[in-house]
Write a protein that binds this ligand. Sequence first.
Ligand SMILES: [Zn+2]
Length: 359
Amino acid sequence: MIKDTSSIRFKYDDKVDSSEINNQNELKELKGHLLGSYLRVDKDIVPEISKIIDEVKQNITIQEKIEAFIYPGSTPQAGCYPGNTDKEINIALSSNLVENLNKEELLYVIGHEIGHHIFRHNTKLKEEQQDLKIGDLFSLQCQEISADRVGFLASNDISTVASAMVKVMSGLSSKFLTTNFLPMIRQIDEVNISGYASTHPFFSLRLKSLSMFSMSDSFYKFKEIKKKATFTKDELDDEIVKRIKKNLFPPEFIEEEKILFLIFVNIFLADNKVTKQEQNILRKLFPDELVNEFLNKIKTKQRDVKGFYHDFFVNQLLALKQKNYERFNEIKAQSITYIRDLPVPESDKKTVRDILNEI
Ligand SMILES: [Zn+2]
């Protein structure tokens, strides 16, 4: 039976725009390159790897045809590429990865790559790798969190996932490693940097995320395990996104995020009520602290919430203007375009537009 994996998707991993589907010529070219240069996994040439792929297919119940290729590479790497049709997945594995990881660990890595296909992360063939904006990096990091969950389902064992990650992270083989991976999970708690531009979350965070996932209601439900979960999926996803943002976004971005939040809040408050839909938009886009504080003010019917957020917005803008005039002007211009495209009545946008124009 094919199981629906959409329920385990990381909630901040947004669906890819379907307009980004590749053209047939590009796909043909890619397949030609894979077939021409790499060794295709065939049960007569590399039977063990062929069996592993069959096992992954069984564990995550997918019917797509998986074509795996191996190339000579001195670092442990893997990639997933779109097939000629939606029913085909191409996967590339470096020789170093295949040589250094054991069978169970490969289940996880291959499952992870298939995860990218399941969630349609790889619909775009040529990712513009240079000049990725911070928002793009954020999306890519969120995709890794979703794909990891499929990898975990493929291997079914958290310590196997941990050892695979430790091997890929360190480049070591089993020779030097024990099976105690707790210190590696704890490593993330000592990471104290922000503004670190990367397409992947830190390994220690990915492992922490999976270890929490293995105790979440989302995983239990998927596996039909009747046990009380330690985390709800929302708790899990909110905790992980907080960590991703903390490492990826520079501190000034957090300040600017607050301005964006205040734009939304002031527009939503224009009609004196905040609908369920508007609350969901806020929850999806902004940190819990900001949203909870706002909703609490509304719930407890504190006097003049609208006035409070109006003043808060003005003060934030003035502070930014004083600190960095150039950036202030950029944000102002961006915000005006942003507001223009928001699907809310013109009259609701007016207050915010007036504030931006006056300051
Ligand atoms: Zn990946």
